[in-house]
Design a protein around this ligand. Structure first.
Ligand code: HEC
Ligand code: HEC
Length: 305
């Protein structure tokens, strides 16, 4: 409860919490004359339904009154022990966030021996271990599948991790780096510099690089545009640059799509893509298991036993 930006909310919550209890106690005492009433004959309210169902007005039973008071006392005791009154931490100093962290620590400790076995193994060795692969796959399904798909084949704007084609490199170190620190691919927009007609020529040239149908007359001016604006990142031959995550444009593997309209849109408006860093979500050991699993997807023949 220490996340408030202003002290006002701390008072606001405290007053509502304590006010609620005070109100309940006051309500009980305001009715005490009536509570004490001896019941000889239940009072009839005079309301009658269905001819013979009449409504009585009985005082509440004593056990109920006592229970009600005990609950109010319990509520006050709870607010003294646990956080509930704005910024006040409670005398037990309990915090649900700390409880979650403690549970996570306990679980990490419990699972430690399982991971310890793989510490001395290389990534290809882990990738060849059946049990490690099962752990890797489960971690992937829980943490990565929502973006990369449960079969890791990705989808529009989410890279396929099984095809041996890498934006940022497929060595164990590069994959580990990608997962640990995340990646941020930025293709700048060219709207201000390149006219739509010229972008469309460049798109024809880009398509021709992968052997897709392209208008041969427009490919020539398209190449000139490409050589002027695009080589810095995608390279003279269009093979891309893993240092900045610029895709290879010659392999007919498309992150965003291969239609002329899509490519023109990318040239004019640019693209930004984000792979979230996992270092604060997963432990280094979990990231190693994932690295091995992902590496194994496109290196099946090379895993070591
Ligand atoms: C929120 C969506 C999201 C999640 C979750 C996510 N990724 Fe990614 N990942 C991406 C995107 C988007 C890219 C491409 C980044 C780019 O184009 O710059 C990417 C790129 C990658 C790459 C680089 C691929 C290449 O060709 O170089 C790897 C490896 C990867 N992710 C693995 C993982 C693993 C393992 C997990 C689970 C721990 C994971 N990702 C979770 C969205 C996600
Ligand atoms: C500053 C570096 C940079 C420059 C210059 C650049 N690009 Fe890119 N481009 C990238 C990056 C990085 C990506 C990947 C974006 C992502 O991760 O989604 C990309 C993505 C693309 C894609 C999508 C490929 C796919 O697989 O879907 C196309 C097409 C493309 N660029 C074409 C061009 C063309 C044509 C030019 C010149 C007009 C150009 N780029 C200039 C960095 C650049």
């Amino acid at each position: 409860m220490s996340d408030f930006f202003s002290g006002f909310w701390s008072y606001y919550i405290s007053i509502i919490a304590l006010g609620g209890i005070v109100f309940c106690v006051w309500l009980l005492f305001s009715q005490r004359a009536w509570l004490k009433k001896e019941v000889k004959q239940a009072e009839n309210t005079g309301h009658v339904w269905d001819g013979n169902l009449s409504e009585l007005n009985n005082p509440v039973p004593r056990w109920w009154t006592v229970f009600y008071l005990l609950l109010c006392i319990f509520a006050l005791g709870y607010l003294v022990l646990y956080p509930g009154l704005g910024r006040f931490q409670g005398v037990l100093d309990y915090s649900s966030a700390e409880a979650v962290r403690a549970a996570q620590r306990a679980q990490a400790e419990q699972i430690q021996p399982v991971y310890a076995r793989y510490e001395s193994l290389s990534i290809p060795q882990i990738a060849g271990d059946h049990e490690a692969q099962q752990i890797g796959q489960r971690l992937f399904l829980n943490n990565c599948a929502q973006c990369h798909g449960s079969d890791a084949r990705g989808g529009p704007s989410f890279p396929n991790l099984t095809d041996g084609d890498w934006l940022y490199g497929g060595s164990p170190e590069q994959i580990e780096q990608t997962i640990t620190k995340g990646r941020h691919g930025v293709m700048p927009p060219w709207r201000g510099t390149i006219k739509p007609a010229e972008a469309s020529d460049i798109a024809q040239y880009v398509r021709s690089l992968s052997g897709l149908a392209a208008d041969s007359l427009r490919v020539v001016p398209g190449k000139r545009g490409y050589d002027t604006y695009c080589v810095a990142c995608h390279g003279v031959e269009g093979k891309g640059n893993q240092a900045v995550g610029a895709p290879n444009l010659t392999d007919n593997v498309w992150l965003h799509g291969s239609s002329e309209a899509t490519i023109v849109d990318i040239i004019l408006n640019g693209r930004e893509n984000h792979m979230p860093a996992q270092e604060r979500i997963l432990t280094a050991q979990q990231i190693r298991m994932l690295t091995a699993w992902v590496w194994g997807l496109s290196n099946e023949g090379e895993t070591a036993d």
